[in-house]
Design a protein around this ligand. Structure first.
Ligand code: VTB
Length: 330
């Protein structure tokens, strides 16, 4: 007989899964109203305000461990901010209310509203700095790639495991001058590179979706985005490593106040997101992972994906919201 007794914590977390969908839906709709208006700040602020409002309705005692900057940068959802009604489980919250603000402001593909919720103390509590990352999808032997190995060696190892030539491997890299050397090394062995301008939460997740053709994510992006992506990968079973870039005494000191004693530490997937994690993301503009918000008269349509690591369940949820109803989204 299977064990049908599920702990109260798990039941609460399961119930809250749908609540996270509501949170990212509302953040996405709020920022979608700013799509294509060239105003990144306003689009971001709209997402933050909507997300905070919805988070504060949830029956949780939440602490933002991954947010948009530090306390003095409020009115953003700052690291350390308390959210929720406090009448519920203690949880860690990671947010990127508008991932890809530029994409939204320019109405380009790939911006999303995204957040994660996990057991208290299990998401990496990290400052808003850069992170060097490497990620692959599920199905490879553990340790197939390594952040400290040469990029060429990682591609070779992956190609061998896949039974293909390095030229048949596609890497996803953010199009930044800081990646010039990485890109040159990958091209030198014939690897194909898909460059993205922004949005590396989706970039990492795409490694786990065979239809995207992406085999590996490599390079430096935001640390918050790294933790959010790790939460989703935890669910679908890929591999990931990340290292915070703490390249000034100030950043090292700031990280130390958050409990990071080894500034060069290489975090594995299970250290970036160690506990039961739920990640929800709603499309703002159309993108590879999600459709963007559609405004159709009185109806607003949203598409959300929600990952729950406890069971490995991935759900895609289409929402139809009626703006004139009392549940209107602003
Ligand atoms: C990424 C990406 C974001 O920031 O993490 C990136 O996912 C890293 O910073 O969408 P730089 O832009 O400074 O390279 C974004 O592009 C924007 O927040």
């Amino acid at each position: 007989m299977p064990d049908l007794v599920v702990s109260e914590d798990k039941i609460i977390e399961r119930i809250l899964t749908m609540e996270l969908v509501r949170v990212t839906e509302r953040a996405a709709v709020a920022s979608a109203k700013w799509r294509g208006r060239g105003n990144e700040k306003a689009a971001d602020q709209a997402a933050v305000d909507a997300m905070r409002r919805e988070l504060n309705k949830l029956p949780i005692e939440g602490t933002v461990v991954i947010g948009e900057g530090e306390r003095d940068e409020a009115p953003m959802l700052f690291i350390g901010e308390k959210v929720g009604t406090t009448k519920g489980p203690k949880v860690d919250i990671a947010v990127d209310p508008l991932e890809g603000t530029t994409l939204c402001a320019k109405d380009m593909p790939g911006s999303i509203a995204v957040m994660a919720m996990a057991q208290s103390g299990t998401l990496l509590y990290a400052p808003d700095v850069y992170m060097d990352k490497i990620a692959v999808g599920p199905g490879y032997p553990a340790g197939i790639v390594d952040l400290d190995a040469a990029p060429e060696d990682n591609i070779m190892a992956l190609a061998r495991a896949k039974g293909v030539k390095p030229g048949e491997i596609t890497a996803l890299v953010m199009d930044r001058p800081r990646h010039a050397e990485l890109i040159a090394k990958l091209r030198a062995i014939g690897c194909s590179i898909r460059l993205i301008t922004d949005g590396d939460v989706v970039g990492v997740i795409q490694c786990a979706e065979p239809a995207t053709g992406i085999d590996i994510y490599l390079g430096i992006g935001g640390a918050p985005e790294g933790v959010l992506a790790a939460g989703a990968l935890r669910c679908v079973g890929g591999q990931m490593q990340g290292r915070l870039i703490l390249d000034t005494p100030e950043k090292i000191a700031r990280a130390a106040t958050m409990g990071i004693t080894d500034p060069r530490k290489k975090y594995g997937l299970m250290e970036l997101a160690a506990g039961d994690t739920v990640v929800a993301a709603t499309g703002v503009t159309d993108g590879a992972l999600l459709s963007g918000v559609k405004f159709r008269g009185e109806i607003i349509e949203t598409e959300t994906i929600v990952y729950r690591s406890t069971t490995g369940t991935v759900r895609r949820i289409w929402g139809e919201h009626r703006e004139l109803s009392k549940f209107h989204l602003d």
